[in-house]
Design a protein around this ligand. Sequence first.
Ligand code: GLU
Length: 376
Amino acid sequence: MNNPDLPSFRRIVIKVGSSLLVEKSGGLKEPWLKALVDDIADLHGAGADILVVSSGAIAMGRDVLKLGKRVLELEEAQAAAAVGQIALARAWSESLAGHGITAAQILLTYGDTEERRRYLNARATIGMLLGHRAIPVINENDTVATQEIRYGDNDRLAARVGTMASADCVILLSDIDGLFTAPPQKDPKAEFVPIVPRITAAIEAMAGGAASELSRGGMMTKIEAGKIATSGGAVMLIANGTKLHPIRAVCEGARCTWFLSPSTPVTARKRWIGGTLEPSGTLTVDDGAASAMRAGKSLLPAGVRRVEGSFNRGDCVVVRGMDGGEIARGLVAYDAVDAVQIAGRSTRDIEAVLGYAGRKEIIHRDDLVMSGEGTS
Ligand code: GLU
């Protein structure tokens, strides 16, 4: 199989590691950032949506707080992140502004990507920003993330952001070219692996065995990120970011490792909705709504005749036609108590009925899978 072509992707997450962006002395590598942003602006200008996951907050902040080079306690790292994140966000925002691109800062904790309600909110915000052609610049919210429930590495965070944003490509810029059959520092016979069609036990073994706290951020963490990204329908790429213009280099054929995905973001998401969730309620819809949904439209409250079950916003519900037959499943945008109240009502009445302006759709079409679709 040939290498995928970078400009063919529609929505790309680019993860930048601390050592690429921050000097050992704690200063920003400005020429490097400027060159990367030139590459990003090229992809963005060609129409792709771009999300950046940028590390470097702790590396920049530890210098300002004069914490030296030692291993930091969690509280120290959190304080350093609080200081460094301001400078980091500013650097991105100013560099992107040089190309007329708006940057938006998003700081995520583990709960924001794993808890369904918060996940949906973060996803909606990212969708809105990308719709405005802004570039979200994302980092873990290290300042409040607690030890047990933090990513701690931006490789997996970038992959998770990729699935959350339905990205079709995740690029991890690293300090090595990609995956080798064995760690190349230890084994001179290690060979480069340009394409990984599927992450198998043999691939994990190449990365140096099972992950441990110590291997966080290393190749094993990148393989874990690969599992997240590829099962979410994105292709993942590990590329060397140490030179100027690393993305242009990949476009021009620099060696890198591609992790292919068996599906696309849409089919992966639909399979997840259609197959793996235990539905927690039922919406019965009229014939007009059923045919609108079959034509690819969202389900609006007006078409809902009956609401059953106790569910929360973000839960999977079954959609049935008036004859009781299942026609779809989807992630519902309202809690059951609110869904009951807005069922049959026009979208413009939602605010008056509920006291807040919720989403227009009760199930958005991106969150809807018609029966028989997306299960192959
Ligand atoms: N979130 C951390 C920071 O910004 C970096 C985590 C990582 O390097 O993967 O400093």
